[in-house]
Design a protein around this ligand. Structure first.
Ligand code: GLC
Length: 547
C-alpha cells in the first residue's frame, strides 16, 4: 500500500498548523500566499512533520480571519488561485506530506450569497430557510455565548429580513440551518469539492453547534451527530483514506460521542488536556494531567485524539473549573490585555517566560502522550506574541525567517503588511528567526527537529497504550506507552528544581531502561521502585530492553 492509501495515516501523523497568510509573501502585497507556502515546503518537510493543517483560505471578508466564509469552493484571491492551491497540495504530496484543510460548517459570513439571498427573500421561502431566524431574541436561551468580549447575544436583528438571525460566534457569522436538507446537501458538496481537490483531511470547525433545540444548551445534540455520520458515510464511500477532525471544545465524555462507533469523526481535539499541561507545569504537580487522562474515555481503534499546546486561538479556559481558571489567569495572564473571551491570547514561549527547558518539557509531553501532536507555526523557533494587536491577531503575526526587512516574510513596505512583525528585543525577528536557528546547533529549531525524528522512530509513541505509574513524587509524571512489540517509559519532572522519583517498574524486573536520545544504558530494574533523579524540568524517554 502506498503512503497515500494508508487509511490510518492520521494515527501516526505529526501535524504542523500554518496560516497561508502568515508564512511567506511572493507577491509583495503584504500577505502570505500559496506560492510562498510552496517555496517553504522544504522547510516544513525538514521539520520532520508529516502533515500540514492550513487555516481557512476560501474567499472571505476576513473579519474572523477566514472563518467567515463567503464562498466554500474557491481560494481567497489574496492567497492565490485554485490552481496555486492545487499545485501546493501536489507538491506537499510529493514530499510525503498530507494536507488538512478547514470545513467551516456551522456558519458562513453574512457576505455569503446564501445569506444575502436569505435576508432578501420572504419569510418561509426556501432561500430564507438556509439560516436560523426568529421574531424574538428569546429562543434557545440556554445556549451560552462563546465570544463573550464582543457579542451580547446569540441573536442579531436584521433590518432587511425584519427578523433576528442566530449566530454562536460573531454577529457577522450567521449559523446555517441544519434542519434544512438543502443546507445539508450544500455542505456535503463543499466537502466533496475539497476532497476532490486532494485534501487529505478536513477540520470540522465549531462542530458541536450545528443544531438548535429548545430546552437544551444547543450543543452536542443527537441530530448533530446524525449529520456528521452522513458526512462520514460519504467519506467512507468515496474517499476511504481521508480524515475528519472535530473541533469540539468540550469535556472528554462529550467529545467521545464525535468518534461514534468509529463511524463519525476520525479525530477530535483533546481540549481539556491542554490547559492542564500548563497548570501542572506552574503548580509543579502532575495531578491535573493525571486526572484528565484518567477521565479520558477509550476511543475506537480507528480513531485518534489531536493534542496541542497552542493554536491560532486564545488558550481556551472553557474546559476547566472556575478555580482553575482563576489560577491560570493569575499565573499566565496577569496583565488583563493578555486575556480574551474565556482564555489567554499568548504564544508558547512567552507563556513559559521564554524558559527553554520548560518549552522542551511541554513539547516532550506533546510528543509522547497519546494523541497526534499538532505544532503551531512559529512555536518551533520560540516566536513571541503581541497582545496589543486586538482579537487573536497577536498570535498570528508573520513567520520570522531571518533578520532582514520584515523578517524575510515579505518585500512589501512594512506599512502594507497584514500585521506588524514581532519586533521587541527578546522575541523580535532579529533575535528569533529560522535562518539564525538553522546555523545554531543548539537552537530550539534544531532540538525540535531532533525530537520529532526520535518520535517518528517509535511507532509506539503514536499507537501504544498508556499506563500511568506511581513515582512517589507529585512533581514527577511517569507513564508507559506499549504495543505488543515494545514498551517505552516516559518520566518528566514538572518542577523547576531537581527532583527524585521512584517509578514502580517491578513488572519490568530483569530488564533495563535505555535512554532513546543518547542510547545510555541505565541499571537493571529489580523488584524495588526504580530510583531516578531528574534535573529541573528534565524528562527521559526510555526503551525497555532485556539486561
Ligand atoms: C473556531 C476557530 C476560531 C473561529 C471560530 C468561529 O473556534 O478556531 O478561530 O473564530 O471557530 O468560526
Amino acid at each position: 500500500m502506498t503512503p497515500a492509501q494508508e487509511p490510518l495515516w492520521y494515527k501516526s501523523a505529526i501535524i504542523y498548523q500554518v496560516h497561508v497568510k502568515a508564512f511567506f509573501d511572493t507577491t509583495r502585497d503584504g500577505y502570505g500566499d500559496f506560492r510562498g507556502l510552496y517555496e517553504k515546503l522544504d522547510y516544513i518537510a525538514g521539520l520532520g512533520v508529516t502533515a500540514v493543517w492550513l487555516l481557512p483560505f476560501c474567499p472571505s471578508p476576513l473579519k474572523d480571519d477566514g472563518y467567515d466564509i463567503a464562498d466554500y469552493c474557491g481560494v481567497h484571491p489574496t492567497y492565490g488561485s485554485l490552481r496555486d492551491c492545487d499545485e501546493f497540495i501536489e507538491a506537499a504530496h510529493q514530499r510525503g506530506l498530507k494536507v488538512i484543510g478547514e470545513l467551516v460548517i456551522n456558519h458562513t459570513s453574512d457576505q455569503h450569497a446564501w445569506f444575502q439571498a436569505a435576508r432578501h427573500a420572504p419569510a418561509g421561502s426556501p432561500e430564507r430557510d438556509y439560516y436560523v431566524w426568529s421574531d424574538t431574541p428569546d429562543r434557545y436561551r440556554e445556549a451560552r455565548i462563546i465570544f463573550t468580549d464582543t457579542e451580547p447575544s446569540n441573536w442579531t436583528w436584521d433590518n432587511v429580513a425584519k427578523a433576528y438571525y442566530w449566530h454562536r460566534f460573531f454577529h457577522h457569522q450567521p449559523d446555517l440551518n441544519y434542519d434544512n436538507p438543502a443546507v445539508r446537501a450544500e455542505i456535503i458538496k463543499a466537502m466533496r469539492f475539497w476532497l476532490d481537490q486532494g485534501l487529505d483531511g478536513l477540520r470540522l470547525d465549531a462542530v458541536p453547534y450545528l443544531i438548535e433545540r429548545e430546552g437544551t444548551n444547543c450543543e452536542n445534540l443527537p441530530e448533530t451527530h446524525a449529520y456528521l455520520k452522513e458526512l462520514r458515510t460519504v467519506v467512507d464511500e468515496h474517499y476511504p483514506d481521508r480524515m475528519l477532525l472535530a473541533e469540539a471544545n468540550q469535556w472528554p465524555q462529550d467529545v467521545r460521542a464525535y468518534f461514534g462507533d468509529g463511524d463519525e469523526c476520525h479525530m477530535a481535539f483533546h481540549f481539556p488536556l491542554m490547559p492542564r499541561l500548563f497548570m501542572s507545569l506552574r503548580k509543579e504537580d502532575t495531578r491535573p494531567i493525571r486526572d484528565i487522562l484518567q477521565q479520558t474515555p477509550a476511543i475506537p481503534t480507528n480513531c485518534e485524539w489531536a493534542i496541542f499546546l497552542r493554536n491560532h486561538d486564545e488558550l481556551t479556559l472553557e474546559m476547566v473549573t472556575d478555580e482553575e481558571r482563576d489560577y491560570m489567569y493569575n499565573e499566565y495572564a496577569a496583565d488583563p490585555q493578555m486575556r480574551l473571551n474565556v482564555g489567554i491570547r499568548r504564544r508558547l514561549a512567552p507563556l513559559l517566560g521564554n524558559n527553554r527547558r520548560a518549552v522542551e518539557l511541554l513539547t516532550s509531553l506533546l510528543l509522547s502522550l497519546p494523541g497526534t501532536p499538532v505544532i503551531y507555526y512559529g512555536d518551533e523557533i520560540g516566536m513571541g506574541d503581541n497582545i496589543y494587536l486586538g482579537d487573536r491577531n497577536g498570535v498570528r503575526t508573520p513567520m520570522q525567517w531571518n533578520g532582514d526587512r520584515n523578517g524575510g516574510f515579505s518585500r512589501a513596505d512594512a506599512a502594507r503588511l497584514y500585521s506588524p512583525l514581532i519586533a521587541d528585543p527578546v522575541y523580535g525577528y532579529q533575535a528569533i528567526n529560522v535562518e539564525a536557528q538553522e546555523r545554531d546547533q543548539s537552537s530550539l529549531l534544531n532540538w525540535m527537529k531532533r525530537i520529532i525524528a526520535v518520535r517518528r522512530r517509535y511507532v509506539t509513541l503514536s499507537v501504544g497504550t498508556l499506563e500511568l505509574l506511581e513515582t512517589g513524587n507529585h512533581s514527577v509524571l511517569a507513564f508507559v506507552r506499549r504495543t505488543a512489540e515494545e514498551a517505552l517509559l516516559v518520566v518528566a519532572n514538572l518542577s523547576r528544581f531537581v527532583q527524585p522519583a521512584a517509578p514502580v517498574l517491578a513488572e519490568f524486573a530483569g530488564q533495563r531502561p535505555i535512554e532513546v536520545m543518547g542510547g545510555a544504558e541505565f541499571p537493571c530494574i529489580g523488584t524495588e521502585p526504580y530510583f531516578l533523579s531528574l534535573g529541573p524540568h528534565a524528562f527521559f524517554w526510555f526503551e525497555i530492553k532485556p539486561c
